[in-house]
Structure formats: C-alpha cells, structure tokens
Write a protein that binds this ligand. Structure first.
Ligand SMILES: Cc1cc2nc3c(=O)[nH]c(=O)nc-3n(C[C@H](O)[C@H](O)[C@H](O)COP(=O)(O)OP(=O)(O)OC[C@H]3O[C@@H](n4cnc5c(N)ncnc54)[C@H](O)[C@@H]3O)c2cc1C
Length: 425
C-alpha cells in the first residue's frame, strides 16, 4: 500500500472501536510528495511500540532511506496484555515479538546494542559496543524510567511489573504464594504515567482473580491522584459494586517512603502493610532523553516536541516518540504506533525537501479487563489544532463503552493482534 492510501484510509470499526492504525493524513497536504532520491540515513533508538513502527514505516514509505534500529534486547516483550500474566491467563512467551520481519521484510538494519549517548547537534548516537552512528535524522523511542522510592533498596520486594519482563513473572509468583485472606496493595503513580487505564484494569483483574483463588483477600488500591483518572464510570462501578468486598480504593495517597522488611508503605494517609505490594513508581522519559538534554517539557521529565513531526523543540533533526514525548495524547502503545507513523511520514517528506503534513490525525484504543473474561473499552481521536500547536481530542469521536462484556474481551485480543502486526510484522 502506498503511503498516501494508508494515511487516507478511513478508520475501520471493530467491536465499536477505531482500529485503523494509521497516524497521519488528516488532509490538506500535497499527496504527490516527491520520492526521496539521495540515500539518507535514519537511526532509531528503542525497538518498542514506537521505535519498531517508525523503523518499519520509514522503510515502507522511504525507499531510499537506510534505517538502523538499535534495541538493547534481542526481542520485544509487550507490556500490553501483561497483567494477564499475573492471573495465569497469558504466558510471557506470548508477549514476545521478534525483529525478524523488520530485518527481512522491511530491510531495517537491527542492532542488538545499547545506546549510551546521543549528540543532538550532529545528530549521532554512541553504542555500548563503541560505535558511533551519524544520521540525517535520529528518532528516540526509549520508553520510560521509574523514579526511585525511598526505602525500596531491593525493587523486587515490591515489583512494579510496569515494564513487562522479569518483574511480571516475579509479581505473578508473589501473588500465587499469597495466603487466602491476605492483603495485596497496588499503587498508582501521579499522571502522566504509561497507560492511564492500566492500573485500574489491573486492580479489577486481580480482584476477580483473588476472589476465586484467594478467598477472603483484600486489594488496597492507593492512588496518588485525587480520584480515578480515566473511564471513571466503569471503574467506579466496578470497584464499588462488582468488586466490593475485595477492592478498597483510596485516592490522594502519596507515598513518602517504604519499609521493605515489613512490607509497609508510609503515606500521607498513614501506614499500609500487605503480603504483596505492586508498587508502580512515578515515571519519566527513558534515561537517554535527560542525558541528551532533551527533557525540556514544563515538568523537566519528558521531551517537548512539535507534534507535526515529533522533532524535539531543541534539536530539529532529533525526534522523540512514544512514552518519552510530552504531548496531549495518552502514553499508550496504540498512540506510540500512531505517533511513529506521523513521524515517519514527516521525516520522509523532509528528506524529499517537503514539509510535514500540516493536519495530522491520530487515534487510540484501550480495552480494560474488568473481570477475567469481560472488558470495557475507551477510544479517542486527536486532531492537530494549529492555534495551540497541540493534538486536541475530537469530542464526537472520543468515549468509553457503557459497561463491560465478553464481546469486548474478545475484541481486545483481535485489537492486540492487529496492533502488534502493524508494529512488528
Ligand atoms: C500493564 C500494562 C498494560 C498496558 N496496556 C495497554 C493497552 O491496552 N493499550 C495501549 O495502547 N497501551 C498499553 N500499555 C502502554 C504501552 O505498553 C506503552 O505505552 C508503550 O509500550 C510505549 O511504547 P514506547 O515505544 O514508547 O516504549 P516501549 O514499548 O517500552 O519501548 C522502549 C524500548 O526502548 C528500548 N530502549 C530503551 N533505552 C534504550 C537504549 N539506551 N538503547 C537501546 N534500547 C533502549 C527498550 O529496551 C524498549 O524495547 C500498557 C502498559 C502496561 C505496563
């Protein structure tokens, strides 16, 4: 499919949720952008939802663009769906995605290496193996880092399991070993954090699992935000009615420090102790963003970008996409995929001497497990607003399901398969 056709393809609707998986092309720009003729080089750092997608689409849309993707792991582990590992409904291996298609089908050079430094002025990146890669454009997609928590000397005592991996398996083991009638705690960090509905859906899923597998147990949800930050109707009803007796929700709880020996959290609302603690700390952009001097949004934690091409506001040929970028869109895998396509399109246009699409549109879908076999959904469409230079949500196309059911749960798996294929296959 040609770039313009993909960008102009209308949103397909599946299970009531927009799933078009295309990020740009609201219209208005010249469809006949000249092809890139001279060989150009783009280096992408981080092969997650954002980085894998931008690498693939740069090659799809820019025949003469050489793309090198640097990722520290040999394969990608999806955080999306990883809460189902905690309940034994998915295996870690089912969340693993290979870079073979990027290499073999799309001609991306994939290096298994760690980027240790970025020089935005060149731009170039330095690898742990010692090489330095110079490029016409560098795209940074390193995801998130966690703040340290006072008193938590061994993070495995209170795992976040918020980057899928060893901590996900560890938390599953800790929950399995918890006694019936025990207490678990799940903490929710202040916004902005990765996947706004994610902690609430994990709470619902765990509540359902505890009721069946650990009768008499409680799940304390300690939210640093004053109240539920997204999909309030569904999560409030789920906590107060469906999971009443298991979930105890407390808003406005800030953690001061923890005592790992006694598994106690000391907060502004008093001390809370538990058998298992899923502590999800406050988040910021991947470490490279700060070390490159690009964490320049108002909070100093994420990269300020121009959402027409995701260029850093400090370095026009360094782009930041995915959870590391500060935008008005949620930090979510679906949005990371969308930002990647807008960014790929803009880079190809710029390399051909043109300008980015002036009116990009993105969309996001999120399904939330309310029980072990029922889900709700939330979707949003964002459109570029020239007056504020931000992506604004389009009210008529943004909303949540009214309640939850088994069909939405099935749709969730279809959506996940489409999203991961679009990013990695
Ligand atoms: C439990 C849970 C459920 C979720 N559910 C959903 C959902 O239903 N829908 C949704 O849209 N989103 C969901 N998300 C959010 C989604 O996972 C993230 O928003 C998405 O992964 C962000 O993509 P990214 O590319 O920015 O970061 P990542 O996907 O984390 O990728 C970053 C990559 O960069 C690599 N990297 C970092 N630093 C370096 C370096 N220096 N050198 C080389 N490589 C490096 C990392 O190894 C990693 O592979 C969920 C998240 C969680 C935790």
């Amino acid at each position: 499919m040609k770039r313009r056709l993909i960008l102009q393809a209308g949103a397909s609707v599946l299970g009531g949720v927009l799933l078009d998986g295309c990020g740009g092309g609201g219209g208005g720009s010249d469809p006949a952008t000249p092809p890139v003729t001279a060989k150009s080089r783009v280096v992408v750092v981080g092969g997650g939802m954002a980085g894998a997608t931008v690498a693939k689409y740069l090659r799809m849309w820019g025949d003469a663009v050489e793309v090198t993707l640097v990722e520290r792991s040999a394969s990608y582990t999806s955080s999306i769906m990883s809460s189902l590992v905690l309940t034994g409904q998915r295996s870690m291996s089912s969340l693993s995605f290979s870079y073979a298609a990027l290499r073999e089908r799309w001609g991306v050079e994939v290096l298994t290496d760690t980027v240790t430094a970025v020089d935005p002025s060149v731009p170039s990146v330095t690898l742990a193996s010692g090489r330095t890669l110079v490029a016409d454009h560098v795209v940074l997609a390193p995801g998130i880092e966690f703040d340290t928590v006072a008193g938590l000397d061994d993070p495995d005592r209170m795992p976040h399991a918020w980057k899928a991996g060893a901590q996900t398996s560890l938390l599953a083991q800790q929950l399995a070993a918890m006694p019936a009638g025990g207490v678990a705690i799940l903490t929710i960090p202040p916004t902005p954090y990765r996947c706004p509905p994610g902690p609430y859906e994990r709470a619902c899923l765990l509540a359902d699992w505890l009721r069946v597998n650990k009768p008499g147990s409680k799940l304390l949800v300690l939210d640093a935000n004053p109240g539920i930050v997204v999909e309030q109707d569904n999560f409030t009803r789920a906590f107060e009615q469906l999971h009443a007796g298991v979930v105890e929700y407390h808003g406005g709880v800030a953690i001061d420090h923890v005592d790992s020996a006694t598994m106690t959290l000391h907060t502004n609302g008093g001390a809370f102790a538990a058998d298992v603690v899923n502590l999800i700390p406050r988040q910021r952009a991947g470490a490279l963003i700060a070390s490159a001097g690009l964490a320049n949004d108002a909070s100093g934690r994420f990269a300020a970008v121009d959402v027409l091409d995701y260029a850093s506001t400090l370095a026009p040929r360094v782009h930041v996409i995915g959870d590391s970028a500060a935008t008005t869109q949620p930090k979510a895998g679906h949005i990371a995929n969308q930002e990647a396509k807008v960014c790929a399109d803009a880079i190809v246009r710029r390399l051909a001497g043109g300008a980015p699409d002036p009116a990009p549109v993105t969309n996001s879908s999120c399904f939330s497990t309310i029980t072990m076999d029922q889900a709700s959904w939330l979707h949003a469409v964002f459109q570029y607003d020239a007056a504020s230079a931000t992506m604004k949500s389009v009210a008529a196309a943004t909303g949540a399901s009214s309640g939850w059911n088994r069909d939405h749960y099935e749709d969730m798996h279809t959506w996940f398969g489409s999203l991961m294929s679009d990013s990695f296959a």
